[in-house]
Design a protein around this ligand. Structure first.
Ligand code: PGA
Length: 258
């Protein structure tokens, strides 16, 4: 982390977990446990049907609610889809785009780019995900792959909007597997992502970009990951479903930084 130049963000990704009633119970427990300090931004990206309950529960807190996906079109005949204006009107501040689980369902780099642009237009913070498979890592093409994903995801984003994005590096082999990247492995790729952003948008913008690590980050390994200079927070799946674990990770963001 580097709190001098950029925001730290601890973001939960609930995936397809919890009902609206369970959301209400989770949020009231979380409120009782939240640390008082303001050392990081906090987000919880929840299933679409849980958004109203989450927003209502967290209104007076510093926890921003987000969605896990959006459609890039403003409105129309897209049965089952949710637009960015629906999300902002419902009280969302964030939206995850390009999660590997959605890419596995057919989301392309062009879709990810369109969603990021639509999110920014609506005033949402897109949490843009990238990450390599185990096969790609073992073939030694992680950097090339990540460079391509980032360049395609950020295409057409204007200079004035680039500071509103968040990038999440999530190696696919580490998601939900309990096999976390080592702090060094995670730092290496997050640092590389910053280099890619620098080449595209200049050093000041790169320095100001929040880059998260995600993939089996939990209350036990978060401190070491967050101690890396280019890891500005986490995108947390499993451990964000338990208030005490999520809060421990938030507390781990309160450590000395460069
Ligand atoms: P995990 O998920 O923390 O359960 O590995 C992270 C994510 O997919 O965002």
């Amino acid at each position: 982390m580097n709190r001098k130049y950029r925001k730290t963000l601890i973001a939960g990704n609930w995936k397809m977990n919890k009902t609206p009633s369970e959301t209400k119970a989770f949020m009231s427990e979380l409120k009782g446990l939240l640390p008082k300090g303001r050392w990081c931004d906090i987000a919880l990206c929840v299933p679409a049907v849980c958004i109203p309950a989450a927003v209502r529960a967290m209104r007076e807190t510093r926890v921003g609610i987000g969605a896990e996906n959006c459609n890039a079109n403003p409105s129309g005949a897209y049965t089952g889809e949710i637009s960015t204006s629906m999300l902002t009107d419902a009280g969302c501040k964030y939206v995850i785009v390009g999660h590997s689980e959605r890419r596995a369902m057919g989301e392309t780099d062009a879709d990810v780019n369109a969603k990021a642009l639509a999110a920014l237009d609506a005033g949402l913070v897109p949490i843009i995900c990238c990450g390599e498979s185990l096969e790609q890592r073992e073939a030694g093409i992680t950097e090339e792959w990540i460079t391509m994903q980032i360049k395609l995801a950020l295409a057409g984003i204007s200079e004035d909007k680039i500071r509103k994005i968040v990038i999440a590096y999530e190696p696919i082999w580490a998601i939900g597997t309990g096999r976390t990247a080592t702090p060094e492995q995670a730092e290496e790729v997050c640092q590389h992502i910053r280099v890619v952003v620098r080449k595209l948008f200049g050093s000041k913008n790169a320095r100001a970009t929040t880059i998260l690590y995600g993939g089996s980050m939990n209350e036990k390994n978060a401190y070491e990951l967050l101690a890396q200079p280019d890891i500005d927070g986490g995108l947390i799946g499993g451990a964000s479903l338990v208030p005490s674990k999520f809060v421990k990770i938030i507390e781990d963001a309160n450590q000395p930084t460069a």
